[in-house]
Design a protein around this ligand. Structure first.
Ligand SMILES: [Zn+2]
Length: 794
């Protein structure tokens, strides 16, 4: 087994107005060689003077990285000759940098890691060389601008982890306001060193990769380099210490011809600059300036406002966004509503208009006002969205817009009651139909009422008033087959049958309250093990259409037992926001059908909106459902502290589920890329490779216990499959065979799996992870997006 070690050397350009040792402007994109002077050009006899603002920013970074602050930062000359360095030496720090022994904490794929920072030192940047044909031109505007170098210990292991580290570091310096973090423009640059060795043997030969100028390149170059070194070692060779470059066109690292590492820089103290001693006042002013850092802020927002991790991530990505959010909340916006609106509707408009939050007509005051109007029920959700659009066009306050357009909603039952009466009077035929048990005319009546009030009636109240007039609950029963609608044959076998017979019987025997009306719609008549993508497409599109009509109190889905865990969790992912209770039910024996169904129908009239399982008299969550016939307690939920009836913070982007043919096609396509495998002793890596050859791109591996599997060098291990999968872009999601949570913390092999890129599905069971993957694949194709959405499950 091999161990990889990655260390990073990060350079950031500090955001000072002037250069670090002279008063030239530190600006970019200006006329070449317009911001230079005798000092930064290194003329004889000139004296450098230290820019205190650069020192302050450098110390802020040291402090934010929890570095030990050196009492006296010494500047030294690093001597080398290169055309972009007019002085023939660079002023830097060597023996005594500003900060040492810091750290930055990281969590990647559920593995926490403390990355140690070796040192943080301040130096001056070099100029820029531009090659035009045979000519080499020099622009010294950049020469002498302040550059901060941050060197980590080799504490990172894989390319993805290094990428994440760099992203978090970028967020940190942007929070501190000391760097804009723009990698393309070079204000944040990264070199990396990689070494691979047999586990337990310490560091191997160090290879340096220079000039990684995007997050993606960091990940790709390091992943490539680790594989390259492992291959050399496996062939019995040895890795040579060298400097390499990432070739983005060929996706490989290539050796540089020059041997820069052998160069002797002959450091000696800069005679013209005294060491910098931070006094008490300087340190105190630093503390006062230190802002709350992203990690701490994220944790606080989650704890304090009860927002989800992905919402907190979104809000804390930029300091300005987090400030905006907290301002809106302080002005009275509901914290959760504000998070939701900012991440969804507001973000959508900003994207469309290419605007940004801090510089748009939607001030925190206006967002707070809009959300307060919504919370006070003075407008409903649909109108709130309209108001939001107008806010971006007209630069006025929300209340003004609402009053101007007459959008304030009617929430007063007394005001609506006479209109309801009038409508019922005008439509006697519809009333008669509804009393007879047909819910369809309800939609028509709601429409009439909305028309009479110009859309201002609060939709919830309208439904409430209408159903109060009829005192009826309408439940739609969608039948998917299974034993619940089945019959027993002479041989004792169960055959799929007609649920309508059960429903009719239930209607006659009066075990349900008289005011409940229910009706059966057959989606399919099969045993649940016979379910196909076509059946799912039929169920999902019917349900979608039915929910849009808004004329029912609830929906019941009668299903078979064997695949219930799949269908239930699939609906959970596909219907994150529903306005009704949806209740799935099943029974092992056709004789239990009436009990199961009447329980489910009652549940569908009583529960708040959500997706429920009504089974054996219990109410369960559609997520992580398991059936254990032998254990005796039948259905139950795994790994759920609290039953979840709506996906809430686990919600996914919504795919199109309206067109049945299209949905069937998309489902088939998604399913054909996925394979679920239970890991077992003797399982061959080649077997997985054969599946990859047949088009599988995503594996869901059911691992042993908390996430272990054989990764030895052997045909009977996953090792080869992981290596092969990596080159093809095949991904591995992992669940546990036991009633456990995959966390990759316990064993050597779980560490190996983590390093090979296995993605733990945390608390999700195999069935729920599989259907989440289907739902993700229905809504997006980009691999990185698929991974991100799957990883959100914690
Ligand atoms: Zn200058």
């Amino acid at each position: 087994m091999y161990q990889s070690y990655i260390g990073l050397e990060i350079h950031i350009q500090l955001l000072t107005k002037s250069k670090v040792f002279c008063s030239c402007r530190a600006a970019f994109g200006e006329e070449p060689n317009s911001n230079i002077c005798p000092v930064c050009m290194g003329y004889p006899g000139v004296l450098p003077a230290l820019n205190e603002e650069a020192v302050r920013q450098a110390y802020l970074v040291c402090r934010a990285l929890d570095c030990h602050l050196n009492e006296g930062g010494v500047f030294e000359r690093k001597n080398y000759f290169y055309p972009d360095m007019p002085k023939n030496y660079q002023i830097s720090q060597f023996a005594s940098p500003f900060g040492v022994e810091g750290h930055l904490d990281l969590e990647y794929r559920k593995r926490k890691r403390r990355v140690r920072i070796r040192e943080v030192h301040l130096e001056e940047d070099a100029g820029k060389m531009v090659h035009v044909g045979e000519l080499s031109l020099l622009d010294y505007n950049r020469a002498g601008t302040p550059l901060l170098e941050i060197v980590t210990m080799p504490d990172l292991e894989v390319g993805e982890e290094a990428e994440l580290f760099l992203q978090q570091f970028r967020r940190l310096v942007r929070y501190l306001g000391v760097c804009d973090g723009n990698m393309e423009e070079g204000s944040l640059r990264c070199d990396a060193n990689v070494s691979v060795n047999l586990e337990g043997q310490g560091l191997g030969a160090k290879v340096e990769i220079k000039n990684l100028n995007s997050f993606k390149f960091v990940r790709k170059a390091l992943s490539f380099e680790i594989e390259r070194q492992i291959e050399i070692l496996e062939r019995g060779g040895s890795v040579s210490q060298e400097t390499r470059l990432w070739n983005e066109n060929r996706d490989v690292t290539e050796g540089m011809r020059s041997k820069e590492s052998a160069f002797d820089y002959r450091y000696f103290p800069e005679p013209d600059l005294p060491p910098f001693h931070p006094d008490k006042k300087f340190i105190e002013s630093l503390e006062a300036e230190l802002v709350e850092l992203p990690r701490t802020r994220k944790a606080r927002l989650m704890e304090h406002y009860g927002i989800t991790e992905s919402q907190a991530d979104f809000i804390c990505e930029e300091k300005s966004t987090a400030d905006y959010y907290e301002q809106a909340v302080a002005l009275g916006a509901d914290p959760q509503a504000a998070a939701l609106w900012m991440a969804a509707d507001v973000q959508k408009i900003l994207k469309r208009t290419a605007g940004n939050l801090t510089d748009c007509p939607l001030s925190p005051e206006r967002l707070a006002e809009l959300l307060q109007l919504l919370a006070a029920r003075r407008i409903h959700g649909k109108i709130a969205k309209q108001v939001l659009e107008v806010l971006f066009e007209e630069d006025r306050d929300p209340l003004e817009i609402i009053q101007d357009r007459g959008w304030e909603q009617i929430t007063d039952a007394e005001e609506l009651d006479p209109i309801v009466d009038q409508i019922l009077e005008e439509n006697p035929k519809a009333v008669q139909q509804i009393r007879g048990g047909d819910s369809r005319p309800l939609i028509f009546l709601v429409g009439q009422l909305m028309k009479k009030t110009s859309g201002r009636a609060e939709p919830g109240l309208v439904k409430e008033l209408l159903s109060a007039r009829f005192d009826l609950s309408f439940v739609q029963v969608l039948s998917m087959g299974g034993a619940i609608g089945g019959t027993r044959t002479g041989a004792g076998e169960v055959a799929a049958g007609d649920l309508k017979l059960v429903v009719d019987k239930l209607g006659q025997d009066k075990r349900l309250p008289k005011n409940i009306r229910f009706e059966e719609i057959e989606i399919s008549r099969i045993l649940s093990e016979e379910i196909t993508p076509e059946d799912w497409a039929a169920l999902i599109t019917s349900l979608d259409a039915y929910l849009k009509q808004e004329n029912a109190s609830g929906v019941v889905i009668a299903h078979g037992t064997d695949t219930l865990a799949y269908t239930a969790s699939l609906l959970f992912w596909l219907f994150p926001r529903i306005s009704l209770p949806i209740v799935l039910t099943a029974t092992l024996d056709p004789r239990g059908a009436e009990d199961a169904l009447s329980n489910a129908i009652l549940t569908a009239t009583k529960q708040p909106p959500g997706i429920y399982l009504s089974l054996e008299g219990k109410i369960l969550s559609p997520l992580n459902l398991k059936f254990e016939r032998v254990a005796g307690d039948g259905f139950r939920n795994w790994n759920l502290e609290q039953p979840l009836f709506a996906s809430g913070s686990l919600s996914l982007p919504q795919p199109s589920i309206t067109d049945r043919t299209l949905l069937r096609k998309n489902l088939e396509q998604a399913i054909s890329q996925v394979c679920i495998l239970r890991v077992y002793p003797g399982m061959k890596g080649d077997y997985l490779i054969a599946l990859m050859n047949s088009g599988v791109r995503y594996f869901i591996l059911e691992l042993y216990d908390t996430g272990t599997a054989n990764l030895r060098e052997s045909p009977f291990s996953l090792r080869k499959a992981f290596m092969d999968g990596k080159t093809r872009g095949v991904r591995f999601f992992c669940t546990s065979q036991q009633e456990g949570i995959v966390d990759f913390s316990g064993y050597i092999t779980s560490h190996e799996l983590w390093r090979e890129g296995a993605i733990p599905m945390g608390f999700l069971t195999t069935e729920s992870a599989y259907t989440r993957l289907l739902a993700v694949l229905l809504s997006c194709e980009a691999e990185e997006e698929v991974i991100r959405l799957m990883e959100e499950c914690r």
